[in-house]
Design a protein around this ligand. Structure first.
Ligand code: UDP
Length: 484
């Protein structure tokens, strides 16, 4: 049964892909819309509810209007273990495709929720192309959320539009990505490969039919690519980020942004308070960056040799510290085994650099904190983001990873000396390091201004809300009068 459209405030349904890197920014985004008077609903599956509920409890306490949560069951018979409803809980990489294959089976449940809520707009993940059809059948505009940079969306478009890999001589290792505002050179081995093109192409079709794209970015960060995406790729887009900055009012800890923290917020702050300004290197590889024991040992030795204080988030339980590493770095190195309150750490004055896998949320969080970055991409669009950080923004030093792979065993070993050199370069005091730091600080200020009242992201969100309100008004006016 269809309910009637409410003619009052705007209502939006947010449906993120089930992975931390998508759920967390979607929650932030929903909060930003809610703060502007939108009735926001988050849709996810039961096993992901614990990720969402602490955030909602906090958002609602901080005086913002209610954001509600709707749950739909995850499909059964997927070949995944019971309760495996988030990409980060898929037990082996071989099952990742089972996870993706299960997603379209959420369609029927999604349809039910849509018919019941009849939102004025849905914001759904790029990985859910079928949500376009479901929304279109009810005349509801669908906005796509990719969760990545304009830069990587443009780069991906160029790869699909010009297919440079197909004409690349077999012995060529590097290619210049055609048609982009800057000369961007990448290695063939840093790209996902032609076999992935079909996977991405399916999202592109529904993207082009959708109402537009909401981007977690800000204009001043990548102006050439924000324009290129609209004018050359040809998508309507609104930039509304960095969305994680909506948490600065609550100084949110990690448990409000994902899992229970492996370290108490107060212990973490106390440790950071004991270090001098800009001296600490923060090392974290997102929600699923995993490494072999050999690589973790090199990392440990590299961090030790850099002689900077560090916070190192180690997700893997494969690692048994060699010798007396932890003893040797006691007081200087804080090792967090599990989930860290990343946004809190990055914004602390003692942190001076960030070793990142270049996931887009981490990248933006580092940029928002005004920090220079050491780039260590692993897979997905992380190698693209690395090019943005190093070549375009010039706020990063690369450790030089050459191979795109989700399998830790397939990766080349980055040696301790390389890690140490990159860390020393980013944290150092030479002219280049100072200049890098200056640029990073400037971008951090621009990020904060972008989301403040009157800033570029604030204004773009206003434009979007106004446009959707207008559309809603017209739809309500066009509704036939009820028969009495
Ligand atoms: N994150 C966190 N604590 C951790 C690891 C990650 O709070 O220990 C958060 C981080 O702040 C970011 C998100 O998880 O918001 C990771 O997203 P990103 O796009 O950087 O990487 P992904 O996990 O998608 O590879």
């Amino acid at each position: 049964m269809c309910s009637e459209r409410d003619s009052g405030s705007l209502s939006m349904l947010f449906f993120p892909f089930m992975g931390q890197g998508h759920i967390l920014p979607t929650l932030d985004m929903a909060k930003l819309f809610a703060v502007r008077g939108v009735k926001a609903t988050i849709l996810t599956t039961p096993a992901n509810a614990p990720l969402v509920q602490p955030f909602l409890a906090r958002a609602n306490v901080s005086g913002c209007p209610m954001i509600s949560l709707r749950l739909i069951p995850f499909p059964s018979g997927t070949g995944l273990p019971e309760g495996c409803e988030n990409l980060s809980s898929v037990p082996s990489l071989d099952l990742v495709f089972n996870f993706f294959d299960a997603l379209p089976r959420l369609r029927e449940q999604f349809d039910w929720v849509l018919r019941e809520l009849l939102p004025d707009c849905v914001v759904t993940d790029a990985f859910f192309p079928w949500t376009y059809d479901a929304a279109a059948e009810l005349g509801i505009p669908r906005l796509v959320f990719h969760g990545t940079s304009f830069f990587s969306l443009c780069l991906n478009d160029s790869l699909l539009r010009y297919r440079p890999l197909e004409s690349l001589p077999a012995d060529a290792e590097a290619l210049v990505i055609p048609g982009l505002p800057h000369r961007i050179e990448m290695l063939r081995s840093q790209l996902p490969g032609v076999e992935w093109e079909e996977f991405f192409a399916q999202f592109r079709v529904s993207d082009s039919k959708s109402y537009g794209v909401v981007a977690n970015s800000f204009y001043e960060l990548e102006p050439d690519y924000a324009r290129h995406y609209r004018e050359v790729v040809g998508r309507r887009a609104w930039h509304i980020g960095p969305v994680a900055l909506c948490n600065s009012d609550t100084n949110a800890d990690g448990s409000a942004r994902g899992y229970e923290d492996a370290i108490g917020r107060d212990d973490c702050l106390k440790w950071l308070d004991s270090k001098s300004a800009g001296s600490v290197l923060y090392v974290c590889f997102g929600s699923s960056g995993d490494f072999t024991a050999a690589q973790l040992c090199e990392m440990a030795l590299g961090l030790e040799a850099s002689s900077h204080p560090f916070v190192w988030v180690v997700r893997s339980d494969r690692w048994v510290p060699e010798g007396a590493f932890e003893e040797r770095v006691r007081g200087r190195g804080l090792i967090v085994r599990g989930w860290a309150p990343q946004v809190l750490i990055l914004s602390h004055a003692s942190v001076g650099g960030f070793v990142t896998h270049c996931g887009w949320n981490s990248t933006l969080e580092g940029v928002s904190a005004g920090l220079p970055l050491v780039t260590w991409p692993l897979f997905a669009e992380q190698f693209c983001n690395e090019r943005l950080i190093v070549d375009v923004l010039k706020i990063g030093v690369s450790v030089g990873v050459k191979k795109y792979t989700a399998y830790p065993e397939e990766r080349e070993l980055v040696e301790a000396a390389t890690i140490k050199n990159a860390a020393v370069e980013v944290m150092g005091s030479g002219d280049e390091a100072e200049e890098r730091r200056r640029r990073a600080r400037e971008l951090g200020e621009m990020a904060r201004r972008a989301v403040e009242k009157g800033g570029s992201s604030y204004k773009d969100m206003s434009n979007l809300i106004e446009e959707l309100m207008e559309k809603k008004k017209n739809a309500v006016q066009a509704q036939p009068l009820p028969l009495v």
